[in-house]
Design a protein around this ligand. Structure first.
Ligand SMILES: NC(=O)c1ccc[n+]([C@@H]2O[C@H](COP(=O)([O-])OP(=O)(O)OC[C@H]3O[C@@H](n4cnc5c(N)ncnc54)[C@H](OP(=O)(O)O)[C@@H]3O)[C@@H](O)[C@H]2O)c1
Length: 232
């Protein structure tokens, strides 16, 4: 792990002939982000992570480049984006998002910076209780959002504003939004697949694995779908 140091040259990957990629990850210390980081590193890719507290990172690797900072005052966004293959946002701070749409403000800075550097692919994880642009939640999800999950309403409103911004102002970017349903941090319960109509209560591990696959799925571009476990 290197913190704010010089960047190493890309290394060849031994096990596959696929080119080593660099993912710029926001939220690497989070419950989904920690699994995403491990998956990408295990596959021989590089992860550049902006984190508030590097001590919270659970993994260490020469392919993990750590930059300390907050999305509310990003130190050198252009420098972070330069040379990456894709950007991944697994971000949330429910307490702050009750008062401020920090993710939306950040994505509004991120997308122009991606354009400046020719980076086209962006994955953003929202929640299954966040309504996609121009749509309403089905009644059972709306009821959940306004009862047991009401502490996260600010986070969902922020996620919804991000999706609206992407749909209205960023169709030149290959964005994809995963409206995740997450119920536990336990072991894998199966393989998630994109579904416009079904949503599973998944594990963070499975959501991270789904996000990782989704990033290279051209069919997922410009979608805001939830995910559901593949029937066995
Ligand atoms: N948790 C759920 O049950 C659930 C369910 C469905 C969907 N989702 C959605 O999935 C997304 C990620 O959720 P999660 O549960 O994986 O996240 P999480 O565990 O709450 O972690 C959030 C991540 O965002 C980082 N972060 C927050 N504010 C930041 C800031 N100002 N600057 C830099 N980093 C910041 C956190 O850093 P720190 O470690 O420094 O706090 C952490 O790494 C959210 O949009 C959420 O709506 C979550």
């Amino acid at each position: 792990m290197r913190i704010n140091g010089p960047r190493p040259a890309p290394t060849p990957r031994e096990e596959t002939d696929e080119r080593q990629k660099t993912y710029l990850l926001f939220g690497a210390t989070g419950q989904t982000g920690k699994h995403f980081t491990s998956l990408a590193l295990q596959d021989g890719h590089r992860v550049r992570a902006l984190v508030r507290n590097p001590g919270k990172l659970a993994v260490d690797s020469p392919n993990l480049e750590v930059c300390q900072g907050s999305i509310t005052e990003v130190p050198g966004l252009d420098g972070l984006i330069d040379g990456v293959d894709a950007v991944v946002c697994l971000l949330g701070d429910a307490q702050v998002q009750k008062k401020r749409k920090i993710n939306t403000a950040f994505v509004r800075e991120l997308v122009p910076a991606m354009r400046r550097h020719g980076v086209t692919r962006l994955l953003y994880q929202a929640g299954g209780l966040s309504a996609p642009p121009g749509q309403k939640l089905p009644p059972h999800l709306w009821a959940l959002r306004h009862t047991v999950a009401r502490g996260y309403i600010g986070q969902h409103e922020d996620n919804e504003a991000v999706m609206r911004y992407l749909a209205d102002d960023a169709m030149d970017i290959e964005w994809m939004v995963h409206r995740a349903g997450i119920g536990s941090d336990g072991p894998s319960k199966g393989v998630l697949e994109r579904s416009a109509s079904r949503i599973s209560m998944a594990t963070f591990r499975d959501c991270a694995s789904y996000d990782y696959q989704l990033l290279s799925d051209p069919a997922a571009v410009h979608t805001c779908d939830p995910s559901s476990y593949r029937k066995r």
